[in-house]
Design a protein around this ligand. Structure first.
Ligand code: PLP
Length: 408
């Protein structure tokens, strides 16, 4: 098991004070902080490598290309992809999902077809499918959840009837920390010839993702939620699927030959990477993956569950506070959401902020989930490897101020 106090030293921002207090960063589901190795990789790239990739014969361009393509190989190994050419760099998980909805969706989804999502989805894995089914006169179905946030699979067979083309499911809820039963859903999808896309944006830094073992078809995730820079994400898909998909954007690098009125496409993965990408970000993402690989996911999960249980036990002591999500820490982790009767989450968030505690308040880009849970918004404390019980204690101490101010 790792020691979070030692890990904190890897993250320069955590040495800072916020509002005169020690910074307690509990907004990791939004974005994680960056370790020094990642910050160094960005500045190292600009100090020693900066050049455009894939285009030059000069040494710098070759080195920058190698560094960029090295990250592709690292990502492929990290998620157990068959080949590095199955890794497409995007701006983030959102763009990766939009790429699938636009490219694969345009060619594979037709009138009357069905796309299935869950009631847990982030807007990024919902709105692109809403738009696709509208364009195609197809149908969107939603796997409901139980009151504590688990997928309710009682009517799954009914939901899976008809011409189902895709199940697009989150690996882990960004609001409740709940994990979804991907293996079971893949098995059901395969029985009816449907494909499975996993939105791993939230789960990746907590659970990892083994695309081979899960036998899924697409995965989308973001570097910035796994200690890497913003502006970099990944779409992984099986090579045969990528080869059959039309390009998503057009321009430099994604073409093989261009004539005045025609063009031919580059090979996968470059066919999907039009224009100059975020080279420094991708290079530094490689450093983030190496950093994450220095931990075991079993240890990370144990740590997440310990903090989840510790936070919930303390929060339960507050009157008028309602905890959302499951009790059992073994089925969740990473994020604890709650509401306090009569106090808006934003007020709670800003009072916590005065004590140096950074949490997220609002709908967390999951408005349909808020509607299902019958809340407008929640306060969400989300954990990473550098958080420990002291951070939870700071949250609890700051929450007591809320109760004093609001005289609860
Ligand atoms: N999916 C989930 C579950 C998320 O939590 C997020 C971000 O919060 C996204 C998708 C979108 O990620 P990004 O904004 O990096 O594209």
């Amino acid at each position: 098991m790792f020691n979070s106090k030692i890990i904190q030293k890897d993250f320069p921002i955590l040495q800072n004070m916020l509002n005169g207090k020690r910074l307690v960063y509990l907004d990791n589901a939004s974005t994680t902080q960056k370790p020094q190795v990642v910050i160094d990789a960005i500045s190292g790239y600009y100090s020693t490598l900066n050049s455009n990739i894939h285009r030059g014969v000069h040494t710098l361009s070759e080195r920058a290309t190698d560094a960029y393509e090295n990250t592709r190989t690292k990502v492929a190994q990290f998620i157990h992809a068959e080949e590095s050419s199955e890794i497409i760099f995007t701006r983030g998980a959102t763009e990766a999902i939009n790429l699938v909805a636009s490219s694969w969706g345009e060619t594979n989804v037709n009138e009357g077809d069905v796309i299935i999502v869950t009631a847990l989805e982030h807007h990024s894995n919902l709105v692109p499918w809403q738009q696709l089914v509208k364009r195609k006169k197809a149908e969107l179905r939603i796997i409901p959840i139980t009151d504590d946030g688990f997928l309710d699979l009682n009517n799954l067979d009914t939901l899976l009837s008809g011409s189902v083309k895709l199940l697009a499911i989150t690996q882990m809820s960004n609001v409740l920390g709940v994990q979804t039963p991907i293996k079971l859903l893949v098995q059901k999808a395969q029985e009816i010839g449907a494909k499975v896309l996993v939105d791993a944006a939230q789960g990746m830094a907590h659970l990892g993702l083994n695309v081979k073992e899960l036998n899924i078809d697409f995965a989308a995730f973001s570097s910035h939620k796994m200690f890497g820079p913003t502006g970099v994400g990944v779409l992984w898909a099986r090579k045969d699927i990528l080869e059959a998909m039309p390009p998503y954007q057009f321009g430099g690098d994604m073409v093989k030959e261009v004539f005045p009125f025609e063009a031919t496409w580059n090979d996968v993965p470059w066919k999907f990477e039009a224009g100059t990408p975020n080279i420094s970000g991708v290079v530094a993402f490689g450093a983030a993956i190496e950093y994450l690989e220095s931990f075991s996911f079993a240890d990370i999960q144990e740590h997440d569950q310990k903090l989840y249980a510790y936070a919930r036990t303390q929060l339960r002591e507050f009157p008028k506070l309602k905890l959302l999500g499951p009790e059992d820490p073994a089925k969740a982790g990473g994020a604890v959401s709650f509401v306090v009767d009569g106090v808006h989450p934003h007020d709670i968030g800003s009072i916590l902020n005065d004590s140096g505690v950074a949490v997220r308040t609002g709908h967390h880009c999951a408005q349909p989930l808020m509607q299902r849970l019958q809340v407008q918004a929640t306060v969400r404390a989300s954990f990473s490897i550098y958080n420990d019980e002291d951070d939870v204690d700071a949250l609890i101490g700051a929450l007591k101020n809320v109760y004093e101010i609001f005289k609860i």
